[in-house]
Write a protein that binds this ligand. Structure first.
Ligand SMILES: [Zn+2]
Length: 481
């Protein structure tokens, strides 16, 4: 097989989490369990109705543009993209062609071509002859709850050359959309959908590009890209031409399949929508640079820098980024802390949050971590750092502090769990353990040094983990001299 260089461009559609739809005041809730409940004459395209633009949606696209250092358009407009399909009630989709809201920009090292805004389509469901779900066989049904939901489309330059980079890019975009509060971007719910344009070439010229649609998970995207690269290489090896087409991804067979030949832009007969006013962005104050900057509280990049300065590890930082509930918990309790002593507490807190707390949450739902528990958690970390409790006790107290909102100081006292560090506190325990373990004591005295660890373990058990193991070790060594 000859060697070919793959080139990949990515297109991502993401539903924006605005309150209402893009061109009417219907609730933006495409997942509503009852079909056709969030609909009106506008999003059903009844004759004589007129669109009204949702400025919240435009602002969200501009915020994203700012966050990726894109160029915010000064002039913009919406175009009609004509195509006939049952899930497009108007027989055209309102989208943007010549004047997208954002041009250029960069994310995770990948150059962005543009970001534009359009409306989502309705959702259709097809039954086969044996299907009884719709109470009828061989029917198609359309749910218009999704019709008119604001949908942003981000297109990258063809600058990616392997599946991993493509996957990393889309993950970073998902994280950015969520951190900016623009979109929930769940791929499995269809809130974020990915298409990959893939070509291969043995020369510096780009090859014929094939578009793969319906990639609804990171895994599907990576597999589809790898599959296409091999499929196209086999074709070229056999001197067969690659057809410019749109292909789907078959999850079960792990392969792409031909759907249709690719439409060219002119087949959509784009033209500016005459019912929607043009935008002179610089004349709209809520779209101005200050307004956009102040709407960006955090980006994944800012958060990474901040956490690096506090001294968190990369794994801790990424875990917090991927778990918004844990991150807000951390932010409230610790992230404002700058001094070195407090920095130690912040690192300790991040460690507990990304290991023990994450583990505890795996059996609960996200909402079980209430911000009311932050104060107790901070206290627990301070007690731990001062050596008032040991790490084993801290782990035991954690669920009570987090989920029952108990005060760790009070329960530690009540249950006799405050760490015993003074030799007076521990003398009786040491004597007792020595008396009950004569064989181990003999071993130690005969030179088997490791035996002392067993004695420390017994003493920890006797004190229900409340003793300081380092202090115990010293005391045992002294007692057995
Ligand atoms: Zn509507």
């Amino acid at each position: 097989m000859s060697t070919y260089k793959p080139t990949i461009g990515i297109e991502v559609h993401a539903e924006l989490n605005t309150k209402s739809k893009m061109f009417c005041s219907c609730k933006n809730d495409p997942h509503s369990s009852q079909p056709n409940t969030n609909i009106c004459a506008v999003c059903l395209a009844h004759p004589g109705t007129l669109p009204r633009v949702n400025s919240e949606a435009i602002k969200k696209v501009l915020i994203l543009g700012k966050a990726i250092n894109g160029e915010i358009a000064d002039f913009s407009e919406f175009d009609r993209k004509q195509y006939f399909y049952p899930d497009i009630p108007k027989a055209y989709q309102l989208s943007q062609y010549a004047y997208p809201f954002v041009k250029g920009g960069k994310l995770a090292g990948v150059e962005i071509t543009r970001v534009h805004l359009e409306e989502d389509t309705a959702r259709s469901a097809h039954t086969n002859a044996n299907d009884t779900e719709l109470n009828a066989s061989g029917h198609s049904a359309v749910d218009f709850n999704r019709a008119g939901v604001p949908l942003m489309e981000l297109v990258t330059e063809p600058v990616i050359h392997d599946a991993n980079t493509a996957s990393d890019f889309v993950k970073e975009l998902q994280l950015l959309l969520r951190t900016l509060g623009i979109s929930e971007a769940n791929m499995e719910k269809g809130e974020m959908r990915v298409e990959a344009n893939i070509s291969i070439s043995a020369t510096d010229q780009l090859g014929t590009k094939v578009e793969v649609k319906n990639l609804n998970s990171f895994k599907a995207m990576a597999q589809a890209i790898d599959f296409e690269i091999s499929r196209q290489a086999e074709m070229l090896d056999k001197n067969m031409p690659i057809k410019q087409e749109t292909r789907g991804w078959d999850e079960n067979k792990s392969r792409t399949f031909s759907q249709r030949s690719k439409e060219k832009a002119d087949e959509y007969r784009y033209f500016p929508d005459p019912d929607i006013p043009k935008f002179k962005i610089s004349e709209i104050s809520s779209f101005g640079p200050e307004s956009l900057s102040s709407a960006i509280r955090d980006t994944p990049e800012n958060i990474r820098n901040k956490y690096r300065d506090i001294g968190l590890t990369e794994i801790q930082t990424e875990t917090l980024l991927l778990n918004p509930a844990l991150r807000s918990f951390f932010e409230i309790g610790f992230a404002d802390i700058q001094s070195e002593v407090k920095g130690e507490e912040a690192r300790m807190a991040a460690n507990y949050l990304t290991s023990d707390v994450l583990g505890l949450l795996s059996t609960k739902d996200e909402t079980s971590l209430s911000t009311e528990a932050v104060a107790g958690f901070v206290k627990l970390i301070v007690m731990l750092q001062k050596g008032e409790i040991g790490s084993r006790v801290a782990k035991d107290l954690l669920p009570q502090v987090l989920f029952d909102l108990k005060d760790p100081e009070i329960i530690a006292k009540e249950q006799g769990l405050l760490q015993l560090s003074s030799s007076d506190d521990l003398k009786a325990v040491i004597d007792n353990v020595i008396e009950n373990n004569p064989k181990v004591v003999d071993d130690y005295k005969a030179g088997k040094e490791a035996s002392v660890q067993y004695l420390v373990g017994q003493a920890m058990k006797e004190t229900k983990g409340s003793a300081n193991p380092a202090v115990l070790l010293t005391l045992f060594k002294e007692a057995l001299k």
